[in-house]
Design a protein around this ligand. Structure first.
Ligand code: PLP
Length: 374
């Protein structure tokens, strides 16, 4: 079955009890047993819940994975994945990973004895140079935030296999519609389902997918032991989001292309970052490993004042953090999503503006940017 069909049907058979066409929200914490240990596969909802299981089956199918685990947030998924490691283990991560990921690693996990090295993931040589005998995990995001840098997932998979490390790919920006890291050799995919998978800016969630049975079994144990699970309603919202992922992603990509065309011609815009542009340093790799270039676009204007002016003037583009919803968002990374790293070597330009291009009509979005830029 094709992607679009699997998104709507895998794990989503009519409800056996009632014939409900849509997977019900099984809002229950516990399940009745006939005698101790004799039950229909469910005992307690931290361990398992039918609505969550439906979401996991659908998302596993979309990521070409045998196993998927849903979490209460992207960060809960990340924290549980990193607990596959033990004190003394070393992790290589991108120097421009999601700020919350950096905060989790440096502020929460490093004090527990994990060691981290940040490198430019678009350079395989830098990654090789950072390897240590203790390296057990390589953590990659591609495209990255906000410069949309591209890392070569198959190249990283070769390096991690040789090193005996797990390659974890954060696929939040691309989604499985555009990129399937497990098929490119990654061991684990992690998602903030809050973004494109949910797709409507109305739920916070996360997920981890893998084809490694041993890793999956350990993650099931860890998730149940730690408890970062999503509730039935949140699981249901993400499952509903998945059904339209393909059509939404096509619209996001098409609108992003139109907006990139407009921005590259605009006299107030000095630089546009979009992996679909041929002069983007990661374009060739992106063209090889992605089916299209996504809905995120970053661009630079002449000064910080101008950037702050533009983000405050748009009307359709809401000034907000986050991304991946049907509505367009605009933000100033320097003052917003990336403010916590303003003083670090990973700081971003203060003249930078980031767009999460929604699925409104491109003409209206361009008019909105035109009046804000003038
Ligand atoms: C938002 C985000 C996360 C964190 O996910 P939450 O659902 O907010 O916990 C992780 N990685 C990336 C790339 C993100 O954009």
């Amino acid at each position: 079955m094709k992607f679009e069909t699997r998104a709507i049907h895998v794990g989503q058979e009519p409800d056996p009890a009632t014939g409900a066409a849509i997977v019900p929200i099984y809002q229950t914490s516990t399940y009745v047993q006939e005698e101790p240990g004799k039950h229909k596969g469910f005992e307690y909802s931290r361990t398992s819940n039918p609505t969550r299981v439906a979401l996991e089956a659908a998302l596993a199918s979309l990521e070409d994975a045998n196993h998927c685990l849903a979490f209460a947030s992207g960060m809960a998924a990340e924290d549980t994945i990193v607990r596959l490691l033990k004190p003394g283990d070393h992790v290589i991560l991108g120097d421009d990973v999601y700020g919350g990921t950096r905060r989790l690693f440096e502020k929460v996990l490093a004090p527990f004895g994990l060691e981290f090295t940040s490198v430019d993931m678009s350079s395989l040589d830098e990654v090789k140079g950072a390897l240590k005998p203790e390296t057990r995990m390589i953590w990659v995001e591609t495209p990255t935030n906000p410069y949309l840098r591209i890392a070569d997932i198959s190249g990283l998979a070769e390096i991690s296999k040789q090193a005996g490390a797990l390659l974890v790919a954060d696929n939040t920006f691309a989604t499985p519609y555009l990129q399937r890291p497990l098929s490119l050799g990654a061991d684990l995919v992690v998602h903030s389902t809050t973004k494109y998978l949910g797709g409507h800016s109305d739920v916070v969630g996360g997920a981890a997918c893998t084809n490694n049975d041993e890793v999956a079994e350990r993650l099931f144990f860890l998730r149940n032991a730690i408890g970062g699970v999503p509730g039935p309603f949140d699981s249901w919202l993400v499952l509903r989001g998945l059904k339209t992922l393909a059509v939404r992603m096509r619209a996001h990509c098409e609108n992003a292309r139109r907006i990139v065309e407009f921005l590259t011609e605009h006299p107030s815009v000095s630089k546009v970052w979009y992996p679909g542009l041929e002069d983007h340093p990661g374009h060739a790799t992106a063209a090889r490993q992605m089916d299209d270039f996504g809905g995120m676009v970053s661009f630079e204007v002449a000064s910080k004042e101008e950037a702050l002016g533009v983000v405050s003037k748009t009307k359709l583009f809401f000034l907000a953090e986050s991304l991946g919803g049907v509505e367009s968002l605009i933000e100033h990374p320097g003052e917003m999503t990336h403010a916590s790293i303003a003083e670090s070597p990973f700081a971003v330009s203060e003249n930078l503006i980031r767009l999460s291009v929604g699925i409104e009509h491109a003409d209206d979005l361009i008019d909105d940017l035109k009046s804000a830029l003038s």
